[in-house]
Design a protein around this ligand. Structure first.
Ligand code: KQY
Length: 378
């Protein structure tokens, strides 16, 4: 008998679909191409090199499609390996975790993939967001789904993919700092937001951490910089031992919630601490390379929202950021290798370039699930 979504862990959503965990098989990974000089320093040249390192690393484990604007297509094509597909797409910026679709899986009558197209408001709208025109980003999810001929479930709620993590067995992790922020869905109550997450992601339990990573002001504390699942019942938490670091209070607060809750299956959570680097700050030289224009100003001395939790789980590999902080870089690789014993941990040096623009490896990637042809679960 074919296994249904409910048996596979997630509770079937409104459409009978559920969001699989990131470690479930992918058919490909989607990545945008950075370009805007008011967010990416030095005309995005160092950022493009970092994206190329990420795309190249992931492409050793699963197919990768990179989407670049008409102006950048040739440049992207020339930098990326031949086996990485490069297609033309108009973008305001390149954060596909947030502007791409949230892929979901359904099982009736046949296993199939669909995508949720959430509303996007540039992480906070005109007054609070990262740039004032996000009209092209609003179309990214739709274009990806149309390219792949994957059914699209539009949603009127503002939500970025970086603000949710799921275990594929009915549990969703998020932060109140982001999802309950008045700059997202001011007319929705917490219960209404929970109902929509349950209906569209096929989850039955939402775990709310109060706040995300200290300094993650662009996103208002996305969960993907703070905490993620390793497997059902086990999470990694951005931690610091330094009690004077403002991240300490946030980490302790999150730990308290995580230790005092159960997941959708009633399990207590095991929490693995993953120490943050630094603290790291934007230098004068880095800030000087950013054209101050439409985007939120990026100022020298700003604490960078750098966290090792912001990695990508590819088919068989953990694509992990490295910041040039030897002690904590090495520690992160050690913790991730222990947490994911059956995965190769691939280090991405120079992930700082992505952090300078407000995100990291998880934020720039979007996995598309793979359902093997003719696959019948026992
Ligand atoms: O998911 C992210 N962390 C991306 C935030 C990008 C903000 C643009 N400056």
């Amino acid at each position: 008998m074919r296994k249904r979504a409910m048996d596979m862990g997630g509770t079937p959503s409104l459409h009978g679909y559920y969001m699989p965990a990131e470690w479930e098989p992918h058919s490909q990974c989607w990545i945008g191409w950075p370009e805007r000089p008011d967010n990416w320093r030095n005309n995005a040249v160092p950022g493009q090199s970092a994206f190329t390192r990420v795309a190249s690393a992931i492409s050793k484990f699963e197919p990768v499609t990179v989407c670049a604007s008409a102006a950048q297509w040739e440049n992207a094509r020339s930098q990326l390996p031949d086996h990485v597909r490069v297609i033309e797409m108009s973008l305001n910026d390149s954060w596909f975790r947030n502007t791409g679709p949230t892929f979901v899986i359904g099982n009736s009558p046949e296993p199939k993939v669909a995508g949720i197209d959430w509303k996007f408001n540039s992480w906070g709208g005109i007054d609070d967001g990262c740039y004032p025109d996000w009209s092209l980003d609003l179309l990214v999810a739709q274009k990806i789904l149309a390219t792949e001929k994957v059914p699209r479930f539009p949603h009127s709620m503002i939500l970025e993919g970086g603000s949710i993590h799921v275990d594929g067995e009915g549990t969703c992790l998020t932060t109140a700092e982001c999802l309950l922020n008045k700059n997202r869905n001011p007319n929705m109550t917490k219960e209404e937001i929970e109902d929509q997450l349950k209906a569209y992601l096929g989850v039955t339990k939402i775990i709310w951490l109060p706040r995300g990573l200290y300094g993650d002001d662009d996103t208002n504390g996305h969960i993907d910089n703070m905490c993620c699942f390793v497997k059902p019942g086990v999470v990694l938490l951005s931690w610091t031992d330094d009690e004077t670091d403002p991240q300490y209070e946030r980490a302790v607060e999150a730990l308290t919630v995580l230790c005092n809750t159960t997941d959708a299956k009633g399990r207590k959570l095991e929490v693995i601490k993953l120490h943050v680097p630094g603290p790291l700050y934007m230098t004068e030289e880095e800030a000087a390379g950013i054209t101050q224009d439409d985007a939120k100003p990026r100022l020298a001395g700003t604490r960078l929202a750098a966290s090792y939790v912001n990695f990508y789980i590819a088919n068989g590999a953990i694509i992990a950021p490295q910041f040039g902080d030897q002690k904590w870089d090495d520690e992160a690789v050690h913790v991730l290798s222990k947490a994911f014993p059956n995965y190769e941990v691939v280090k991405i040096e120079g992930a700082r370039e992505i952090v300078l623009a407000g995100g990291n490896i998880h934020c720039i990637t979007q996995q598309q699930p793979h359902i093997p042809q003719g696959h019948v679960q026992p």
